[in-house]
Design a protein around this ligand. Structure first.
Ligand SMILES: [Zn+2]
Length: 492
C-alpha cells in the first residue's frame, strides 16, 4: 500500500482487523455455543496447541523463573472443577502447578485489572474426564459459560493501556526468562508436520511473550494472536487492534443499547434499527459472516446435552443396556454388518453439537453483538456504580447485582438498604410532625394560638418535614424546631 493512499472508513476498519505479516489475530479455533432459551454463551476453548509430547517440548517450560511467571503460578492454582463445581483433581507435585486451568477469572482481575467487571459471571468448567495437564494457556480446553453480553462488557471495560514500547520490553523479558526464547532455527516448513510444529512454536512463544498482558480480559485470554515476530511493529498492531475493537464496541454500546442516550429520539427504536443508523454514520459494516458447524459426537458435555435434548434417563438407560449378540440381526444381515453392530447404537448415546467457529476477538465480539440484537438484550446503567449491566427479567431494574470492589453487598442490596433507611427517616419525620400538629392544633382550638400563626406554622413545618425526608436536616434538628415553635424560640 503506497503511503499516499487514503483509506476510506470501511477500508481502515478492515485493515485494523486484518492479519498482518508479523501477526495473525486468528490464533485459536474456538467453538461458541449459543443457548437461545437461557441466553447464554458457552465457549469451548481450543487446546490444539497444548498436546505436548512428554519430551523436549515440555522440559523447556519447566525452567523459567521470572517474577511474572511466579505471580501467575500463584494465581493459577490448579482447582480443576466439574460441572457441579466439585474439584476433580489435584496435582501431585509442585511442577504440576504450572500452567493449570484456574477456577475463577476473578483472580486475574484482581492482579491485572480490577476495574470493570464482576467476573463471577464466567463459569469455567473442564470437560468430563479431563485429566490434569500442564498448559501454556490456562484457559485452553475449558468450557466457559456466561450470559450473552457479559463478554462484551468485560472486553470493553478492560484496561489495555500499555504502550507498544512497554509491551515490547515486557515481552522480551518474558522470553528471556523462559527457555522458550531460543531462535526458531527453521522458520520455513517443508511439509505438513513441520508446518504444524512451526505454528505450535509461534503460538507458544506468543503466549509466553504476551503474558500477563493478554489475561486482562476474557476474550484476549482465549483469542490470543500468533506473533511471527516479537517486534515493536507487531506489538503495536496488537495494541492498536485491541484498543480499536474496544473503542468501537463502547461507542456501539452507548448508541445502540444505552436508554439514557437521546431517549426522546431513540427510545422508540429497536436496537438493530439504532445500529443501522450508527453504522451508516460511522462507516461500519452492517453484515457479518458467522460460520456455524454441526456435528455428531459421543462427547457428553453441557453444550451437546443442551443441543440434543436427550433426557438423562434415556442416556442412563442406554449406558446401562447390554446388547451383545452372537447372531446377526435381520438388519445386520441386510447391511452385511457383524453381529451387535446395530446394538452399539442402542447402548452408546450420541449427541449433536452446533457451534459458531470464532478465531478472533473481533469475530467473537460481532457474534455476541449480533446475538444481542437478535434477542433484544438490553443494558441499563446502574444508578449506584454507573456501569452497564444486562437487564434480566425486570425491565425497570436500576441497579446491578454485582459486588463492587471494597463492598460486601451488591448494588441492588445497597440501594435497597438506602431505600429502607430513607423510608424509615420519612416515617419518623411524618410521625414526629403529626405529634406536634396534634398538640398545636389543640392549642389553636383552645384559643392559645392564633389561627393565622397556626397556618404559618403549619406551612413552615411541612417544609421542614420535607427537608428532613430529603436528608437536609436531621430528625433531631426537625424535632428541636417543632418543640421550640411556640415556646421560647421565635419562629425562624
Ligand atoms: Zn452497580
Amino acid at each position: 500500500m503506497s503511503e499516499t493512499y487514503e483509506m476510506s472508513p470501511v477500508e481502515k476498519y478492515d485493515f485494523i482487523r486484518r492479519n498482518k505479516k508479523t501477526i495473525s489475530f486468528d490464533g485459536y479455533y474456538n467453538h461458541v455455543h449459543i443457548d437461545s432459551a437461557a441466553r447464554t454463551i458457552t465457549i469451548d476453548v481450543d487446546d490444539d496447541y497444548e498436546f505436548i509430547e512428554e519430551g523436549n517440548e515440555y522440559k523447556r517450560l519447566k525452567n523459567f523463573d521470572s517474577p511474572e511467571q511466579r505471580l501467575i503460578d500463584a494465581i493459577f492454582r490448579p482447582h480443576l472443577i466439574d460441572d457441579d463445581g466439585k474439584r476433580i483433581g489435584t496435582p501431585e507435585n509442585e511442577d504440576d502447578y504450572r500452567f493449570f486451568p484456574i477456577v475463577s477469572h476473578k483472580d486475574i482481575t484482581k492482579k491485572y485489572n480490577g476495574d470493570y467487571v464482576y467476573r463471577d459471571v464466567f463459569h469455567l468448567n473442564a470437560h468430563y474426564g479431563e485429566n490434569n495437564r500442564t498448559l501454556f494457556n490456562p484457559f485452553a480446553g475449558l468450557l466457559i459459560a456466561f450470559p450473552i453480553g457479559e463478554g462484551l462488557l468485560d472486553f470493553c471495560f478492560s484496561m489495555f493501556g500499555t504502550s507498544p514500547e512497554d509491551l515490547l520490553e515486557c515481552a522480551l523479558e518474558n522470553l528471556k526468562y523462559n527457555s522458550i526464547n531460543k531462535e526458531i532455527t527453521t522458520p520455513k516448513a517443508r511439509n505438513k508436520d513441520e508446518l504444524r510444529d512451526l505454528e505450535c512454536e509461534y503460538m507458544r512463544r506468543s503466549i509466553v511473550a504476551l503474558d500477563p498482558y493478554m489475561y486482562r480480559s476474557l476474550y484476549s485470554s482465549i483469542f490470543p494472536p500468533e506473533l511471527e515476530e516479537i517486534s515493536e511493529t507487531s506489538l503495536k498492531y496488537y495494541i492498536f487492534y485491541l484498543n480499536e475493537l474496544k473503542r468501537e464496541m463502547r461507542n456501539r454500546l452507548k448508541f445502540v443499547f444505552d436508554d439514557a442516550f437521546y431517549p426522546e429520539e431513540l427510545s422508540g427504536l429497536r436496537a438493530h434499527e439504532r445500529f443501522a443508523m450508527y453504522a451508516q454514520k460511522y462507516g461500519v459494516p452492517r453484515s457479518f459472516r458467522r460460520e456455524e458447524s454441526f456435528w455428531i459426537t459421543s462427547r457428553m458435555d453441557k453444550t451437546s446435552l443442551e443441543c440434543s435434548r436427550l433426557p438423562m434417563d434415556v442416556i442412563l438407560k442406554k449406558l446401562h443396556s447390554n446388547v451383545t449378540r452372537k447372531e446377526q440381526s435381520p438388519l445386520e444381515k441386510e447391511m452385511e454388518l457383524a453381529p451387535g453392530k446395530v446394538g452399539v447404537y442402542h447402548s452408546v448415546p450420541l449427541f449433536m453439537s452446533v457451534a459458531y467457529k470464532c478465531c478472533t476477538i473481533h469475530d467473537m465480539l460481532e457474534l455476541e453483538f449480533t446475538k444481542m440484537l437478535e434477542y433484544d438484550i438490553k443494558f441499563h446503567k446502574c444508578k449506584n456504580c454507573g456501569r452497564y449491566f444486562i437487564v434480566k427479567g425486570n425491565y425497570n431494574a436500576e441497579y446491578c447485582d454485582r459486588i463492587r470492589e471494597g463492598n460486601t453487598q451488591t448494588c441492588q442490596q445497597i440501594a435497597a438498604q438506602k431505600k429502607y433507611e430513607e423510608k424509615l427517616q420519612n416515617d419518623k419525620a411524618v410521625s414526629v410532625f403529626r405529634k406536634y400538629y396534634k398538640r398545636y392544633y389543640a392549642r389553636k382550638q383552645a384559643g392559645t394560638i392564633k389561627p393565622d400563626k397556626f397556618r404559618l406554622w403549619n406551612y413552615q413545618a411541612c417544609e421542614k418535614r420535607d427537608m428532613c425526608q430529603r436528608g437536609g436536616i436531621s430528625l433531631e434538628e426537625f424535632e428541636e424546631w417543632l418543640e421550640g415553635s411556640f415556646n421560647n424560640k421565635p419562629m425562624s
